[in-house]
Design a protein around this ligand. Sequence first.
Ligand code: SAM
Length: 431
Amino acid sequence: MRLGGRIQAAAEVLKDILERKTPATMALRDWGKAHRFAGSKDRSAIGNYVHDALRCKSSLAFRMDDDSPRSLALASAVFMGGRTVQELMDAFEGDEHAPTMLSNDEQAKLSGSINIEAAPDWIKADVPEWLWPAFETNFDEEALTEGKALTSRPPLDLRVNTIKAKRSEILKSLNVENIKPTEISPIGLRVEAALADARLPNVQIEEEYQTGAIEIQDEGSQIVSLLVDAKPGEKVLDYCAGGGGKSLALAADMENKGSVFGFDIDKRRLSPLYQRAQRAGASIIDVRQPPSESLKDLVGKMDRVLVDAPCTGVGTWRRKPDAKWRLSEDALVRRNNEQRSVLNSAKGFVRPGGLLFYVTCSMLAEENEAQVYEFLENHENFALLSAGEVWEEKFGVDAPKPWSADGCSLTLTPASTQTDGFFFAVMERQK
Ligand SMILES: C[S@@+](CC[C@H](N)C(=O)[O-])C[C@H]1O[C@@H](n2cnc3c(N)ncnc32)[C@H](O)[C@@H]1O
């Protein structure tokens, strides 16, 4: 496919997402199935135009004074993909698969005739208008920077499974270009986001992945797992284990000694953990399926309980940009209720003197600090501890610093720690 065909395809996919509300991954997959002639390079270029357009939907629409799929696809190719107006004109000329030729008005707008600096901050930051006050409250004068950082393409992060390998060994053996150690996580490797039409490497075909020496895991997720600071020999419950990304990281940090119990209310989400644990050689992982009666023997016995709570996923908007525009106030309220409920159910597994960890991949105080403080108010036998000491011990004093509203809990963000957004708090059960 040529440039014009790719941009036209991006406009069609965007129409499916924006007008028919199809999730982006499904819309891209459906387009691929209906256009079997398109190669993997075409698909990834189209995916880049679509995802960039969604990441920056409000600012691109402002620059084009139009939010149609066509305008967004054109603006994505120029403002995000680095194509010039002339390149588009040359590419569209005589190509029957390309969009219709650019009008004079489109040429002017794609050349920057509308100044984005005149836009309100929520548009410049590409944060939905109704959420902007929450961003301003949380990040104050850095709100714009934090919002904009969520519009960038995410890197590919790998976690070295220290049960099987050392980071230095993988760095030498893994056949992937431009890979480097992560700045904060001592067990991570990073390939920076690809530019323009380029794509990230497919590490799943590499031997190191197949044999369980590496996992794909955002550095932020590695960091919060390491902050749990689980020790060899301890008993740890991962109460919202999902596919088990954090269970696996916990088992490795515990040198595969002790027990990690992986539970999730959703059997389907939990199912990959059986195979993943096997591949990783994480033999201390004990998967417990719902209902929660399967956890009866663990009540009051856990040294550490991790609640990686269901949330809006604001911190992962770089990876799932369509979720940003789908999020509603109702959904936020629903997540808040689930968070309350999950914390209440998980607390009973912590032994006296044990620790309860509350983690989300959100950057909204309603889902983070507010949940923790409400829980503490209702449970006098739990006390908030500072996560700062463990941070320095694990990552040193020179590592980039996360946000902290209270000096105890931590919020990682793309702008502050160059990771996905994550919230982390630790509470001790005192009796
Ligand atoms: C953020 S995801 C977990 C991601 C996972 N820990 C990882 O690292 O890959 C939240 C999970 O909480 C689960 N969940 C929601 N309500 C729950 C409940 N009441 N009890 C246990 N798990 C619950 C969801 O099914 C979902 O898998």
